[in-house]
Design a binder for this molecule. Sequence first.
Ligand code: F6P
Length: 545
Amino acid sequence: MTASPTPSLTSSPEWKSLQKHFDAIKNVHLRQMFADDPQRGRTMTVEGSGLYLDYSKNRVTAETISLLIRLAESVDLQDRIEAMFTGEKINLTEGRAVLHTALRAPAGSTVMVDGVNVVPEVHAVLDKMSAFCDRVRSGDWKGHTGKRIRNIVNVGIGGSDLGPVMAYESLRHFTQRDMTFRFVSNVDATDFAEATVDLDPAETLFIIASKTFTTIETMTNADTARTWLIEGMGGDKSAIPKHFVALSTNAEKVSAFGIDTANMFEFWDWVGGRYSMESAIGLSTMLAIGPQAYREMLGGFHEMDVHFRTTSLDKNLPVLMGMLSVWYSNFFECETTAVLPYEQYLKRFPAYLQQLTMESNGKFVTTDGGEVDYETGMIYWGEPGTNGQHSFYQLIHQGTRLIPCDFIAFGKSLNPIGPHQDILIANVLAQSEALAFGKTADEVRAEGTEEWLVPHRTFKGNRPSNTILADAMSPRMLGRLVALYEHNVFVQSVVWNIDAFDQWGVELGKVLAKNIIPELSTSASAELNHDSSTNELIRRYRSMK
Ligand code: F6P
């Protein structure tokens, strides 16, 4: 299906107004903006779904925000949001609805896909997952030899791994501590070997997580897991049903692999891989935290969905964050955004966001097949604070590039020990303050610094950031946070008129790798027909085997 051509974004009056406005304010310092409007720290904030967003330390004025909102209106953002929630096939290149929001819709609500209400199916799978998790967690589900299952190994990659790992780490505080959770993603055998080195096969359950059940990394790891398990069971293949379950949309492939479809938890093609952590792909999460906490997480997702769908654009957290990203990407020409959680449990959140943001918005083709004449998805990266402060923050403070930052912090620690939390929070507040306001040469001099050192110790400031402050990490909070970024990504894609839900860019490498695999065999005799570099590297690799 092809969409009708859309008018050029950059020649729209809304874009041009923003360009003019940008030229007028691009050099205004945040010091000046705060001096001009001392209330900014109170007025440039929004609260929704338990998250407080302070966006006052951004290089924006009230006029910028209203121009950005006008741009959002000009691309019919509100209609596009509605189109997503109501199951329109907005994933144009794959002809699919995009309904991760249906995964967290409350029982009894209605979300139609091709004339069918999918909410009952979603809840049927949730119920099946809950019953299974209760059995495993209580010890009722036993391994083949009668031993209790104590180890869960999730085998998946991309969206079938990053969400589960991130959720497990984020919610570790709430996990059943007498169970061990491991995640195998890389086709590098070391990943599998290290994940299983100390596990007893009789106590181990493998979750094979793959939407398509064709991904070579996951299928290779799943084969290796099956061999490992059977060997560990003295060659008894009948052990498989008690030790393998599958999460997939592809029942045929699951069955061909040898997993009984009774042990399969399904999801649907209207759930994108990177939007699937609360589908059946969340089985490891549910095993870790239990069905009730899992449903609380879904509740958090849903709260943010409701906020996104119903709140006016200028008070809407994902809309504001998305439009600020457009502002920095397209007007300040920033290339990256740092996401910096001051919460150790969120240590894998930036890695998770990399797939969410970059696989979604790393596109140069518009929905109508044209080529953009503006930048699209920024590079997302980050590490938890305060660790990053002692590593890459130097560049954010004094480097030559402008890097907008998202700071994420919580009022309460789940491990309130001594002074740690105050020190942690003092640091996050100090970082955004230092980035915004810097330290002038005169201030440095006034401290008695020798003149030759003054330039080195000067901070220009005017480096933008958002601060998200919320109560404490919890399953519900995680749901809210993930949904915030999901919708933020969507907002950006609507402005850029790109399909945030396909990922054709990963295909070519997959196809080429399949061609190369047989050529790596030392007995391969066929002539190599790649470029001279690839040919030579293949020959060299063969000689190293
Ligand atoms: O890398 C491409 C991709 O299709 C991702 O979008 C997806 O999350 C990942 O591979 C894994 O796919 P699957 O769940 O089908 O194994």
